[in-house]
Design a protein around this ligand. Structure first.
Ligand SMILES: CC(C)(COP(=O)(O)OP(=O)(O)OC[C@H]1O[C@@H](n2cnc3c(N)ncnc32)[C@H](O)[C@@H]1OP(=O)(O)O)[C@@H](O)C(=O)NCCC(=O)NCCS
Length: 163
């Protein structure tokens, strides 16, 4: 498989916040934003792997500023790091007042997707090509997060709750 640049799979989603997307304060409901983030990030994972993918994990999400009804939400997603079968996709969320054009950074999420075959078993994906210094820095930071995630995954698998 030929290595791919992050540019081959990056994607942008824009939405205007409408009444069905809001909570009791007329702000964007957090669950809706998480759905949009997962949707656009999965597109990036599809485009990089050209396989079926499942969401493995979403790193902690901190919502820094509320997003109001009528705001324009832009989510930019790109790959930072891959392993043999997984992809780390970063999604940055910015809200924009539709009248004034004021923009606010809302949140950043790192999602991990696993490419799978038709029986749900992990399968190999293309490598990520590193072309620039920024690509290299993102790769190294992604590698550190990946190690941390794997240690968390081992812990969760070792100590599942009693059900
Ligand atoms: C994700 C899944 C396919 C992994 O299958 P598995 O046979 O347990 O995979 P393995 O343990 O061999 O792990 C394969 C790779 O995936 C990574 N991985 C597995 N589960 C993961 C998870 N939940 N989060 C992040 N990474 C994960 C492993 O660390 C490993 O990475 P590596 O290639 O860097 O070493 C499987 O656990 C699954 O189907 N989970 C449910 C996914 C889902 O339903 N998501 C929500 C709806 S899309």
């Amino acid at each position: 498989m030929e290595a791919k640049s992050w540019k081959d799979s990056s994607a942008i989603m824009q939405r205007v916040v409408l009444p069905p997307d809001t909570n009791v304060f007329n702000n964007l409901y957090g669950g809706r934003l998480m759905e949009w983030i997962d949707n656009i990030a999965s597109i990036v994972a599809f485009k990089h792997s050209r396989r079926n993918v499942v969401t493995g994990s979403i790193d902690s999400l901190y919502f820094l500023t509320p997003i109001s009804i009528g705001d324009i939400v832009t989510i930019e997603s790109r790959i930072n790091y891959v392993t043999k079968e997984t992809m780390e996709v970063e999604s940055d969320v910015v809200s924009e007042d539709h009248i004034t054009g004021d923009k606010k950074f809302t949140t950043r999420a790192f999602l991990t997707y696993v490419a799978v075959d038709n029986s749900g078993k992990p399968v190999p994906i293309p490598e990520l090509r590193i072309d620039t210094e920024e690509d290299r820095i993102r790769w190294e930071e992604g590698a550190k997060r990946s190690e941390y995630r794997k240690s968390q995954l081992r812990e969760i698998r070792k100590h599942p709750p009693k059900i």
